[in-house]
Design a protein around this ligand. Structure first.
Ligand code: FES
Length: 106
């Protein structure tokens, strides 16, 4: 079953999207024409897919990988409690209704 996600873009506009089970969160954003460059293709090496999630969701997702954390802390708007790379977030039915905010472009 697809998840429905709520996305706030960089202009503050809200988008309601479907997130298919075989996609990373980045792929869902990109396939729905949101401005997520994803120039590394999802290998946790570009940080252009940086997003903010609710704090409790970040906790529930568990530890970020070393590669992800290294990239995130180098971004200007890194927020320990809410930053994630959307390419590293896999679909899960428990994430239905997820709130996503696109991080500013760097
Ligand atoms: S797509 Fe490059 S870090 Fe996520």
């Amino acid at each position: 079953m697809n998840n429905v996600i709520n996305v706030i873009d960089r202009e503050g506009e809200k988008h309601i999207l479907e997130w298919e089970p075989d996609q990373s969160l980045m792929e869902s954003l990109r396939d729905n024409d949101l401005p997520v460059m994803a120039s590394c293709g999802g290998t946790a090496s570009c940080a252009t897919c940086h997003i903010f999630l609710d704090r409790d969701v970040v906790v529930s997702l568990g530890e970020r990988s070393e590669d992800e954390l290294e990239l995130l802390v180098e971004t200007e708007c890194y927020d320990e409690s809410s930053s994630r790379l959307s390419c590293q977030v896999r679909h899960d039915p428990s994430l239905n209704g997820l709130n996503v905010v696109l991080a500013p472009e760097e």
